[in-house]
Every structure is written in C-alpha cells, then in structure tokens.
Design a protein around this ligand. Sequence first.
Ligand SMILES: [Mg+2]
Length: 339
Amino acid sequence: MNLSLNWSIERIRTKFEFKIARSAESYYDVVILELSDGTRTAYGEAAPSKRYESGPEAIIDLLNTNKSNILGLALEDYESRQTALEELFPNSFALQAALDTAFWDLYGRQVGRPLWDLFGGSKELVTSTYTIGISDLSVIPEKIKEAEQYPLLKIKLGTDYDHDIIRAIRAETDKVLRVDVNEGWKTLDEAKRGTEWLVTENVEFLEQPMPAGQLDDIAKLREFSPLPLVADENSVRPEDLPGLDGVYDGINIKLMKCGGLSNGLKMVKLAQKHKFDIMLGCMVETSIGISAMAQLGSFARWLDLDGNVLLAEDPYIGVGNAAGKIVLSDDPGTGVKPR
Ligand SMILES: [Mg+2]
C-alpha cells in the first residue's frame, strides 16, 4: 500500500491567555499531519510542550529527514510501530503521538471501525472539566461566565495569590473544582497548608501539587491529605507508573507526553493493574488531538479534555463537547475532518 504524508504548522489561538504556574500563552503552534492511503485521509497532531521538548520547527526538521522511514512504519502492528517511533524520535513525544494517532486513525478508517471500539471501550464517558487558567483576578468573573455551561471546573493554582484566585472564583460559583498546582508548591509545609485549605472549598482532587522530583514529600502529603492526589508531571510514560505506587491515587495520561494512543492504551492497562484512578488530559490542542484521546475515554474516572473548546477557532471537527459531555461518534478512526 502506498501511503503519503503531508504536514503543516498551524497557529491556534485561545479565547483567553492560557496561564499556568510556569508559562503564559495566547497562541500555540501545532504540527498537523495528514496521512493518506490514496482513498482515505487520516489525521495526527503534535502539540509539543515546552516542559518536555523543543518546538514545532524541530518536529518539521525530523519529519523532513525521516519521511521514508515514517512511510515504512507498520499500520496494523502498533507495538512494533511504537518501538520504531521511539527509536526514530526519542526526544519528541509529541511527534510520536502525532504519527501514532495518524496511523491508528488510518487503520480504523480502513477497517471501518471507530477507535474506541477497536480499543475495547465504549461511548459512555464521564463529564469533562473546563479549565480556568491563572489570570488577573479582574478577568475571573468573565472566565467563570464563559464556563457557565460546564458543571466541572479545573483550576490552575501554584501562584503566590492562590487564596485570592479561589476567593474570586467562589464569589461567582459553587461548582465542584479540580485543582492543578502544576508543581507550584515547593515545600511539604506549603503543600499541607494548601491541602487543608482546599478541602474546605469543595475541591475534588489535587493534581501534581509538588515538583516531580519530590516524590518522598508527595508520599508524605498523600498520607496527610483527605483529597486524592493525581500525578501529571510525574506520570509521563508507561515506565513511570510502577514508581508511583503509594505516592499517588491517580494518574493523568496525555498523548503529547506518553507518545500516542498505543502508549496511552499501555498506561491504561498499567494503571488498572496498579489500581490508579485514570484521568485523561490534554494540552491546548485542536479536535484532532482531543478526538484521538477521547477514544480511550471510557477507561477514565476523570476527563480533562477541553483543549479544543479553549480555542477561539478550531480548524477541525471531531468529538462533540456539549457542556462537558464528550460525544464520541460511530465514524471510523477518530472521526475527525477539517472544518
Ligand atoms: Mg496538569
């Protein structure tokens, strides 16, 4: 079968500046892949995170120099494909993810089945959160209003004005909050105080409260904390999971960190084995990346798949998001198409 691959950089803009404990952006450049067998076109997306790798230009260089290797990757045997992707692109998990997604998508389109079905999942998904990034306090009422239809909010903390942020949010809404500290609390003492306070604020869990390098502190925090702790920066690749036993209650899986759906599936199985609750997360991404990750959605206790709805304009159409309810289709592959 003769495959062809095209790629481009697309600039995607967020409705609001998207700020977390370590960065602030109002647009992101992502790499979009189109993989074709001559009849069907499949899609992949690389949204590289600055915490883990270099930017989209480096990905374009890798694509240019490895095109023939890429077109020779296995379409059906995803395990050997993943091994080859890791050998070809050891430093770009976002590119691994984009290619693995495009190959899965093409395979699903060829066999005429949606990926959630090929993965042994279902269309029954829990409600996803909508993220409120860090911002000036004055913008919070507008953001809460923007999120009006979403019943679950994810809040980014880890600033020196965390209390003011929660106070400003609580002035507007009493919705359940899930808090992501993005490694922002640097000492066990600070983290304990934060946890004690947030348990009184109708918070459901804490994501990555402390730096990934401080596992001993996080294990102590877990003994103290009435709130479940969920790993994100600590839960990057499948091999990270066994080391999180006794440290976290749950793990966050993101395509752009783990290297694609094949590794995502592997992390789901490992998490089940180690009895971690599963969250599926994302970067700021178009509907290509979000629709791909949503195919694993029925395995998750928590979904945080809002990257596409944070965009001012999404160039692709994929899974729906009706007030946080992600709607999977019966279309083959990921079901994505250009808008
Ligand atoms: Mg996170």
